[in-house]
Design a binder for this molecule. Structure first.
Ligand SMILES: [Fe+2]
Length: 280
């Protein structure tokens, strides 16, 4: 089940996703910890340690309500409409273009996320931001830097690579977005959530686009890159939503957070439109 497709109870979906439908009430009764939930969703065992959270857990009513609101705002943008309209026209070209653009995005992300962690004004904020770039950079394993894992998956398509023009404009827009409002931490937190919120749909879409035949689909879905990302995006959304709840209490702070969030979504609209046009 993809979270982004649902407008209903996000918290319930999280638990269903992570524990399986029949385990939902068990999860509620036993208040299983975050790590256990995330591991349950993974077909492979990987050494994943989320941030410790004692307040804004998956079950917290404010996390559930707030995430629903953010997801509904995201769904209204129809970010994936252009790529969905074109992805089946020339499957091999789509696979080549999408994977090349995603590789560029994936290579850039740790740079921008580390910059976000650098520029905020407190170590407490930095603590909650640094988790995601730490994961992107392979956590404690240099062989698991995400953009390298992605390149490994890309090779399994076995159709070479395509040259995409030097500058992907939407990525330039994203870099600029990170340098805007440098003195406002609320904006930065909002931008980070905007980047994370379509995470699961992003992973589903790149897997779909790269899977130009059944054999490749099978190979790709077994890769560490896809296994990890099918499991952890859900925690990234919770983490970034908890940043909103924890740090943005005043009206002005919320307003700035939403400015960042909207810019994150605007990036995704631009990115998927640009990728779709390159696939034509
Ligand atoms: Fe990643």
């Amino acid at each position: 089940m993809m979270i982004i497709d649902g407008r209903n109870n996000f918290g319930k979906q999280l638990l269903i996703d992570c524990r399986g439908r029949t385990k939902y009430s068990f999860a509620m009764r036993n208040r299983i910890n975050q790590k256990e939930k995330l591991m349950f969703n993974s077909k492979v065992t990987f050494d994943y340690e989320p941030v410790n959270e004692s307040i804004y857990t998956f079950e917290h009513p404010l996390v559930i309500k707030q995430t629903d609101q953010f997801i509904n705002k995201t769904k209204d943008k129809e970010i994936f409409k252009p790529i969905n309209a074109i992805k089946n026209k020339n499957k091999k070209k789509t696979a080549l273009v999408v994977s090349e653009c995603w590789h560029r995005f994936s290579e850039l992300m740790p740079v921008l996320l580390c910059y976000a962690a650098y520029k905020v004004k407190s170590n407490l904020l930095r603590h909650y931001i640094i988790q995601v770039p730490f994961e992107e950079l392979g956590m404690r394993n240099a062989n698991e830097i995400h953009h390298v894992l992605f390149a490994d998956a890309q090779k399994l398509m076995n159709i070479g690579r395509v040259k995409v023009k030097n500058k992907i404009k939407s990525l330039v827009f994203l870099e600029k977005s990170f340098h805007q409002n440098d003195d406002d931490d609320n904006y930065t937190l909002g931008l980070l959530l905007g980047l994370e919120i379509p995470g699961q749909e992003n992973i589903k879409t790149i897997l779909d686009c790269m899977s130009f035949d059944e054999l490749v689909a099978k190979r790709l879905s077994k890769t560490k890159f896809f296994q990890i990302h099918q499991s952890i995006e859900i925690e990234h959304i919770r983490l970034n939503t908890s940043n909103f709840l924890r740090f943005c209490k005043k009206r002005e702070q919320k307003k700035e957070f939403m400015r960042g969030f909207e810019n994150g979504l605007l990036f995704w609209e631009k990115f998927w439109l640009e990728v779709a046009l390159l696939c034509e």
